[in-house]
Design a binder for this molecule. Structure first.
Ligand code: PRX
Length: 643
C-alpha cells in the first residue's frame, strides 16, 4: 500500500537532495495508482457489502451534448454506511474499546471520551427512536448527539437534511464562548414558518439538554424560559432511555442517497447537493487515510463544524471509516483564552490537525506567545481547507504551529466534490500540487479550449471519481446547467486556476459571483436579495473586499427608495436582516449609501467598478461602457473606510 514517508525532511528548500528520492518514490507510486481501475475495487474490498456490485466500479456521462449527466458507482451492490463505520470495526476489527471521539465542550470543564462500542450502542438506540418517525432534520451544535443522529439516519436509510420535515432534533440552549444561545427558541420560530408554508409540518421535536445545562452551573438554563409544546416537544434523554441497544441496519443500494447538504448557488438560491452511499464511503475513507497519512495510534482533530461538508466528510464519516480517534470540539478558538486550540492539542496529544486559513489568521493576531505555553510536539501533519491560504498564514502555520517539521497539506475541494480533489504532497509548497486518485483536472480558456503548459484559466475535471455529487436535490436540470453546460464534457468547478512552469496547480479563486467569507461560500445574489427585502432599499449590489481574518468580507452598496434616509439605524437593520436571512457568517462588514449604481447603457451593474471602489483602487481602466461616469466619483467620495 501507498504510505507517505515520515518523518518528512525538514529542510527549507523545495525538493532538496534528501527530499527528492522520497518524493519521487511517492510520486511514482502515486502515478501508478492514479487511474488504475482495479484500484477502486481494491479499496472497496476493505468494506462490507451485503451484496456485491453487478456493474463496473464507475459508470458516467459528463457530456451534456450526448445525454443526461450521470455517475454511478458499484451499481447493484448493497451496503450500509453506518455498519461499515461502526459494526465492522467493533465486530471484525476488535476496535470496540478504542476511543472514537474525545468530546471537548465549549467549557474546558465539559469533556468525555466515547469508544466505538459506546458510539454503536448510542447510534442503535437513536436509530430505534427514529424508526418511529418520518423525515428527519437535525439542528444541533457540535455535541456527541449530533454524530449519533447522523449515523442513526445512515443506519436506517433516512437521508439527513431535507426540506419538508416531520421530526427535528434540536438543542435546548447552548453556550458559544460566554454567550448562552437559545437554540430552542430559534428552532421554534423556524418551525412556525414551516407550518405556515408547508402543508405537512413538524410533528415531533426531540430536544437535547446540553451537558452544560445538566450540571449545577446549568442554572442559567432557567433563564431561557422557552415555551414547551407538550404535543410536539419530547426530551431526548427520555426517549433514548427506553430504546433498545440493537438495531439491524437497513441494506441500501450503492447509489441510494446518503445525505443532502445545501450550498450557495451563484443565482442566489441554495442548491441541495446530493451524495450517495457507496461512492461517498470509498472516497471519504480513502482521502482521509492518505491525505492525513492515518495510523492506528493517531489522534486527529478537524476544527470544522459538522454542518459543513468538511465536518461530514472529515469529522464523521472519513475518520470513523478508518477506525480513527478524533477530537470533537464544540467551542471557539478564543474561549476561555486565546490558547484554547493549543491547549487541546497538548491535552489529547493531537497528531493530525486540520483547520481553515481564517482560524489561522485569527490566532496569528495574538502572536506566538499563547503557543509557547503548550507542548505541540505530538503534531505530525497540518491541514488547511476552505479558501486559498495566503503565504503569511501558511508560514505561521508551518513555523509557529508545526515548528517547521510538519507538512502542511492544503486541500482544495467543494461540497460537490465531497472531498479532497487536490492535495499537497510536498510539505514545502504552499499550493495544491497533485490531484487525488481518480481526479483528472485540466485548464480551459473562455472558448473551452484546453491549455497546455504554463497557463491560467478555468479549472475543470475531465471525469468523475466515486465521491462526486450525483445531482441537485429535485432539480437535475440545475445540476447540469451549473456544472456541465459551460464546457460540455467537463465538470466546471467555478474556480480559476494557474499551472506553473513545473506543472503545479494554483487555485486562484472563484470565477463566478461567489464570495468566500471565512471559508464559507455565498453568492452576491443571495445577499442582494436579502438586502432588497428591506422596505427602504430600492437596489443593492454586493462585492467582496479583502479582510485580514476572514479572507474576504462583504461590501454592500444600497440605493434607497425616495424619501428614505441613510442612517446608522438603517445600517444596523440591514445587517440584522442579512444575518437572519442567510446566517451570521454573511453579516456585511460595510454598507455604503449609493444614490446611484454604476451601470452599462444596457442597465447592467458594473461590479468590477464597485469592487474597485470597495478596495479603494483608483485606476479604474476602461469606463467607456459606463452610462454615467459621475456616479463613480460620488461613490468614491462616500466610500466606507472602516467597518
Ligand atoms: O473556491 C474554492 C474554495 O471553496 C470552494 C468550495 O466551497 P464549499 O463548497 O463551501 O466547500 C468548502 C469545503 C472544501 C471552492 O470552490 N476552496 C476550498 N478549499 C480551498 C479553496 N480555495 C483554495 N484553496 C483551498 N484549499
Amino acid at each position: 500500500t501507498l504510505r507517505f514517508h515520515r518523518p518528512v525532511c525538514i529542510c527549507p528548500f523545495t525538493m532538496c537532495l534528501q527530499c527528492l528520492p522520497i518524493l519521487s518514490a511517492v510520486y511514482n507510486t502515486y502515478l501508478k495508482y492514479h487511474f488504475v481501475s482495479a484500484f477502486w475495487k481494491e479499496v472497496a474490498d476493505d468494506f462490507f457489502w451485503k451484496k456485491p456490485a453487478t456493474g463496473p466500479m464507475l459508470q458516467y456521462n459528463f457530456d451534456v451534448t450526448i445525454g443526461n449527466i450521470y455517475v454511478k458507482c458499484m451499481e447493484g451492490a448493497k451496503t450500509n454506511m453506518c455498519y461499515n463505520v461502526l459494526d465492522r470495526l467493533v465486530r471484525e476489527r476488535n476496535l470496540g474499546e478504542k476511543v472514537a471521539y474525545y468530546w471537548e465542550g465549549n467549557s474546558p470543564d465539559h469533556h468525555m471520551a466515547i469508544t466505538y462500542s459506546q458510539l454503536l450502542s448510542q447510534v442503535c438506540r437513536c436509530a430505534n427512536v427514529l424508526k418511529k418517525m418520518d423525515r428527519v432534520s437535525i439542528y444541533l451544535p457540535m455535541i456527541p448527539e449530533l454524530v449519533y443522529t447522523m449515523l442513526a439516519c445512515a443506519r436506517i436509510g433516512a437521508v439527513h437534511s431535507i426540506v419538508v420535515i416531520h421530526t427535528v432534533f434540536i438543542i435546548y440552549g447552548v453556550y458559544r464562548g460566554e454567550k448562552l444561545i437559545n437554540l430552542k427558541q430559534i428552532a421554534d420560530e423556524a418551525l412556525e414558518k414551516c407550518r405556515e408554508i408547508a402543508s405537512s409540518s413538524v410533528t415531533k421535536c426531540l430536544i437535547v439538554k446540553h451537558h452544560a445545562l445538566r450540571t449545577k452551573s446549568g442554572a442559567a438554563c432557567n433563564k431561557l424560559q422557552t415555551p414547551w409544546d407538550s404535543e410536539c416537544d419530547v426530551w431526548w434523554e427520555e426517549v433514548m432511555r427506553d430504546s433498545p441497544e440493537e438495531c439491524e441496519p437497513e441494506w441500501l443500494d450503492a447509489e441510494d442517497p446518503l445525505f443532502i447538504l445545501y450550498t450557495s448557488g451563484s443565482t442566489g438560491k441554495p442548491k441541495g447537493v446530493l451524495h450517495t452511499v457507496a461512492g461517498y464511503l470509498l472516497y471519504t475513507s480513502l482521502t482521509f487515510k492518505y491525505v492525513f497519512d492515518h495510523h492506528h495510534d493517531d489522534v486527529y482533530w478537524c476544527t470544522a463544524d459538522i454542518g459543513w461538508i468538511t465536518g461530514h466528510s472529515y469529522i464523521t464519516y472519513g475518520p470513523l471509516a478508518n477506525g480513527a480517534t478524533s477530537v470533537l470540539f464544540e467551542g471557539i478558538p478564543v474561549h476561555p483564552h486565546v490558547g484554547r486550540f493549543w491547549e487541546i492539542i497538548e491535552k489529547y496529544k493531537v497528531t493530525k490537525f486540520y483547520t481553515a486559513p481564517t482560524a489561522i489568521r485569527l490566532l496569528m493576531k495574538y502572536g506566538r506567545e499563547p503557543l509557547q505555553k503548550y507542548d505541540l510536539s505530538s503534531l505530525r501533519i497540518l491541514g488547511t481547507v476552505g479558501e486559498p491560504i495566503n503565504p503569511e498564514a501558511w508560514q505561521w502555520y508551518h513555523e509557529a504551529v508545526g515548528k517547521g517539521r510538519c507538512p502542511v497539506v492544503d486541500t482544495f475541494w467543494q461540497t460537490e466534490t465531497v472531498k479532497h480533489s487536490y492535495l499537497t504532497l510536498n510539505p514545502h509548497l504552499i499550493f495544491q500540487t497533485f490531484p487525488f486518485f481518480g481526479v483528472e483536472p485540466t485548464i480551459l480558456n473562455e472558448h473551452g479550449e484546453e491549455l497546455e503548459g504554463e497557463a491560467e484559466g478555468y479549472l475543470v475535471f475531465r471525469r468523475p471519481w466515486p465521491g462526486i455529487m450525483r445531482t441537485v436535490y429535485r432539480n437535475h436540470e440545475r445540476f447540469e446547467n451549473s456544472y456541465f453546460k459551460k464546457f460540455p464534457g467537463f465538470y466546471v468547478t467555478g474556480d480559476g486556476c494557474r499551472r506553473d512552469k513545473d506543472g503545479y496547480y494554483w487555485i486562484t479563486g472563484r470565477t463566478d459571483d461567489m464570495l468566500n467569507v471565512s471559508g464559507h461560500l455565498m453568492s452576491t445574489a443571495e445577499v442582494e436579495a436579502a438586502l432588497t427585502e428591506h422596505p427602504a432599499v430600492a437596489e443593492a449590489a454586493v462585492v467582496s473586499r479583502p479582510h485580514k481574518v476572514k479572507g474576504e468580507c462583504l461590501y454592500c452598496f444600497v440605493s434607497l427608495k425616495d424619501s428614505r434616509e441613510f442612517t446608522h439605524t438603517l445600517v444596523e437593520e440591514l445587517k440584522r436582516l442579512v444575518r437572519e436571512k442567510i446566517g451570521p457568517i454573511a453579516t456585511p462588514d460595510f454598507i455604503q449609501n449609493a444614490p446611484a449604481l454604476p451601470k452599462t447603457r444596457s442597465g447592467k451593474i458594473m461590479r468590477r467598478i464597485l469592487r474597485q471602489i470597495a478596495r479603494n483602487e483608483k485606476d479604474l481602466g476602461d469606463l467607456s461602457t459606463l452610462a454615467d461616469p459621475k456616479v463613480v466619483e460620488e461613490l468614491f467620495s462616500q466610500r466606507c473606510e472602516a467597518a
